[in-house]
Design a protein around this ligand. Structure first.
Ligand code: NDP
Length: 327
């Protein structure tokens, strides 16, 4: 395993980590969740990602039971939660980033995960209704109480993250350490354009999500078969429509030809491509089957095969490289 600093912080995260969205407490049995975490931990994965909103809190309950049963040393892993979408109840103060919800959601996540503190705590989305200083303060209260160790954002714009950093500075508080954006061969703008200033000037870390664009970048959907996948889950019609869009499938078909030439699975090529970006601190893998995770965990071997020439061919095939804007 390779370990990278989470931005400029002192924390080291494995470059491959494991997430639980749609899988834990939903698509897969608790037994499979246990197998996946065991495989990951044994391979050196030290970061497990979660959120209050995943399976309405059940994902954290499942992960908490596994962490307890496995008896891994607490200092050997990093576990996260995220606040914003609420867990099982969605009342007015049970969602968002108010001081009340940020603190109550943290306490609830600690109970579900059966841990004394969260290593990473994310604001899962920006909350346009809550003043930013209220959220920054709430995070700092939790830091002071030792209930969280680092806080960050997910899918915030560069301007919103900058505002949080500026407010924290002004109040002598601790600002966000990391952001959790989507990053894959189809979604490149935030990492490769919008956030560049934040990386260079503020040392922001990233824990990137959906590196396979929900499995699309494994190439398995080019036949149109979605059986036994997340695309068949109840409520996931929006994801199915997005994933199976003709222009996306066409790009994946072209990329598959390159992977075939290199004698690599497309999943590994796509994952290795994400890891090439030094602004990725950790890439959160998702898996519903042990075989998928085992394959994905071997991706570090493939990274050196992605030469400048290969990277250029990928850019040409995909046509998704952002045009850099002046900041
Ligand atoms: P991916 O894009 O990598 O998708 C993972 C899914 O792709 C698997 O569950 C599986 O789905 C399929 N898959 C994985 N490996 C293979 C393979 N080798 N061959 C074929 N199919 C494969 O990641 P996720 O979308 O799961 O995101 C990862 C994590 O990021 C989440 O668990 C969560 O922790 C985090 N996240 C954060 C978000 C945020 O807003 N902050 C949003 C979304 C995710 P299937 O069962 O369909 O086969």
């Amino acid at each position: 395993m390779e370990y990278r600093r989470l931005g400029k912080s002192g924390l080291q995260v494995s470059s491959l980590s494991l997430g639980s969205w749609l899988t834990f407490g939903n698509q897969i049995s608790d037994k499979v969740a246990d197998e996946l975490m065991g495989i990951a931990y044994d391979a050196g994965v030290n970061f497990f990602d979660n959120a209050e909103g995943y399976a309405e809190g059940r994902s954290e309950i499942v992960m908490g039971k596994i962490l307890k049963a496995q008896k891994w040393a607490r200092e050997s892993f990093v576990v996260s939660s995220k606040v914003f979408f609420g867990a099982e109840n969605k009342g007015p103060n049970q969602m968002g980033l108010s001081r009340k919800h940020v603190i109550e959601a943290c306490n609830a996540a600690l109970k579900r995960l059966q841990v004394d503190y969260l290593d990473l705590y994310f604001c899962h989305r920006p909350d346009k209704q809550t003043p930013i200083d209220e959220t920054v303060w709430a995070m700092n209260i939790l830091l002071q109480q030792g209930k969280i160790l680092y806080w960050g954002t997910s899918e915030w714009s560069a301007a919103e993250i900058m505002e949080a950093i500026a407010v924290a500075k002004q109040l002598n508080l601790i600002g966000p350490t990391m952001e959790q954006p989507q990053y894959n061969l189809l979604e490149r703008n935030k990492l490769e354009n919008e956030y560049l200033h934040l990386f260079e000037t503020h040392g922001l870390g990233t824990t990137i999500w959906s590196p396979l664009a929900s499995g699309l970048l494994s190439g398995k959907y080019t036949t149109g078969d979605t059986k036994n996948t997340r695309l068949e889950l109840k409520g996931m019609e929006w994801l199915k429509n997005k994933t199976l869009a003709a222009d996306r499938l066409k790009k994946v078909e072209d990329l598959q030809k390159l992977a075939d030439k290199m004698n690599l699975s497309l999943a590994k090529l796509s994952l290795a491509w994400c890891l090439k970006n030094p602004n990725v601190s950790t890439m959160i893998l998702g898996a519903s089957k042990s075989a998928q995770l085992k394959e994905n965990l071997t991706v570090l071997e493939v990274v050196p095969l992605l030469t400048d020439k290969v990277m250029e061919s990928i850019d040409k095939l995909m046509g998704t490289k952002p045009v850099l804007s002046a900041f």
